[in-house]
Design a binder for this molecule. Structure first.
Ligand code: ADP
Ligand code: MG
Ligand code: ZN
Length: 513
């Protein structure tokens, strides 16, 4: 019978576990010093070795030579654990046994000594699926476990394990496996299996797993079933529905040439070949991310999960764009990806998104446009606008500091409101008198955040609403001439936008409502 590769090559000792060095070292040391905990939590992405490590640890504990960090692999315990059939190593799949009855049963079971081995090990897979009551039933046992009991909870969602349980366990988080290590592991497995796979093909398989060894090995199985004992990148790509780099390179070429028509060709090709467009948009985002990383690093980096030849190519293409361009394309491709998730017309959305990218290459950003305009205070017609009351020296220095800090914290509206407020410091209190139209932006929480940032002696904050400042009249449709519009239109940032972009303000909406 054919055994799938992922299971056939499940590591039987720590040395064969790829990555996860921190987990291996810590556990090996603990065993060497005979400091065995009663509870472990192994968390992390699926297919990264949690169950594998739990079983290896069980072997370390129960091997006839144990506890040892080099289990013999030959004794009855070692062999049974590998096959998943040891009486004293109990594996529970919490996805299907998540209720209180199962946990009560388990609690009963824990009380009895191991049948043969040193420890009774409970490996609970998908532990986050256990219900709350069931966790409560388990808690007592984990709080006061018999000397022989060891729990290993494996989960992809550590945050769902109740704190009461987690605090009684040692936690290990498993990292997604590095691309290079994964490729090396697969190359070794192929060698064992007599499969010839070129570096490019292995790279495609490794990418398909997105850091999960299991998923990459499943892809390898699929490739062998389909292509036999020689794997080529082209075939593997076609099999996995991965896009030839061609399609992605066409996109960057179209951007380099500012050729919108070429973008439409790309989409047409994809449709013709029956590709999933959502999937393509995700690959596109990954592609721009890789280009950006290549632009920033020159391409020789582990941050890009690709073969050396591919990285070289990415660096070459990235060199034709500026960092800002690539950042913008990455943002646009992410937007496109999320648009496509819900789209009933993925083709049109994709076309639109790609055309936007072509145009974005020629756009000046809003920040750049605004940078060219003098700030509100320097503009000629500000004479007509209300000036903040003349500050006393002390007030002035509060205003300045708060303004700068609020801007730093990204609270431009509050900064502006402070600018227009009277500020008095008395008896450990900072008192703001704010014109009505700015009062919305004067939130105590924001102000105290800024004060904390400035440091110094803590001050109470008091906000009073003062008389409305004299308004500069702005033409708005009569029906809209309400309080909200006035406040919005009086805002200097809004005025700057109107200066730069012109146009007419039709509606003002309060996004908090
Ligand atoms: N870190 C790893 N090193 C080597 N092989 C691994 C690793 N992680 C997973 N695998 C492979 O993937 C299969 C599934 O791993 P498993 O430990 O069950 O993952 P999970 O983290 O989902 O519990 C294993 O049988 C093994 O072949
Ligand atoms: Mg598992
Ligand atoms: Zn053994």
């Amino acid at each position: 019978m054919y055994q799938v590769i992922a299971r056939k090559y499940r590591p039987q000792s720590f040395v064969d576990v790829v990555n996860q060095e921190h987990v291996k070292t810590t556990l090996e040391n603990a065993i060497a010093q005979n400091r065995i905990a009663h509870g472990y939590i192994f968390s992390g992405q699926r297919g990264t070795g949690k169950t594998t490590v739990a079983r290896i640890l069980a072997r370390c504990l129960n091997c006839v030579n144990g506890p040892t960090n080099k289990p013999c692999g030959e004794c009855a315990s070692c062999r049974e654990i590998a096959a998943g059939g040891s009486v004293d190593v109990i594996e529970i799949d919490a996805a299907s046994n998540r209720g209180i009855n199962e946990m009560r049963e388990l609690r009963e079971n824990v009380r009895y000594q191991p049948a043969r081995d040193r420890y009774k090990v409970f490996i609970i897979d998908e532990a986050h699926q256990i219900t709350n009551e069931a966790f409560n039933a388990l808690l007592k046992t984990i709080e006061e476990p018999p000397a022989w009991a060891v729990f290993m909870l494996c989960t992809t969602e550590a945050h769902k394990i109740p704190a009461t349980i987690a605090s009684r366990c040692q936690q290990f988080s498993f990292r997604s496996v590095d691309f290079e290590d994964l490729v090396a592991r697969m190359a070794w497995i192929c060698e064992q299996e007599g499969i010839h796979a070129d570096a490019e093909a292995l790279a495609v398989l490794a990418q398909a797993g997105e850091g999960s060894v299991r998923d990459s090995l499943s892809a390898l199985d699929q490739a062998i079933a389909c292509c036999g004992d020689t794997l080529s990148a082209t075939e593997v790509r076609a099999l996995l529905g991965a896009f030839s780099l061609d399609a992605l390179e066409q996109v960057s070429q179209a951007l380099i040439e500012s050729a919108p028509a070429r973008m439409l060709e790309v989409v047409n090709e994809l449709e013709r070949n029956g590709h999933n467009l959502q999937h393509f948009s995700r690959e596109l985002a990954r592609y721009f991310r890789n280009l950006l990383v290549a632009r920033l690093t020159g391409g020789e980096t582990r941050l890009i999960a690709a073969s050396a030849a591919e990285r070289q190519k990415l660096a070459e293409i990235a060199g034709k764009f500026s960092e800002e361009d690539l950042t913008r394309y990455l943002q646009l491709s992410l937007d496109l990806f999320s648009d496509l998730q819900a789209s009933l017309q993925p083709r049109f959305h994709l076309e639109l998104g790609l055309l936007r990218m072509v145009h974005a290459g020629r756009l000046v950003s809003i920040e750049e446009a605004l940078a060219g305009i003098p700030a509100a205070a320097e503009r000629p017609h500000t004479a007509a606008r209300p000036q903040p009351p003349a500050p006393s020296p002390q007030q002035g220095s509060w205003r300045e500091k708060l303004h700068a800090t609020l801007m730093e914290l990204g609270m431009a509206f509050t900064a502006d409101a402070v600018e227009h407020s009277e500020i008095v410091e008395t008896n450990g209190e900072l008192r703001f008198t704010t014109p009505k139209e700015f009062s919305l932006a004067m939130q105590e929480a924001d102000l105290s955040k800024a004060l904390r940032q400035i440091g110094g002696r803590p001050l109470r904050i008091k906000i009073m609403i003062g008389e409305a400042a004299v308004q500069e009249k702005i033409a708005v449709p009569a029906a809209r001439e309400d309080d909200l519009s006035q406040r919005a239109l009086a805002n200097p940032e809004v005025q700057r936008f109107r200066d730069v972009f012109g146009g007419e303000v039709r509606t003002v909406r309060n996004l908090k409502e």
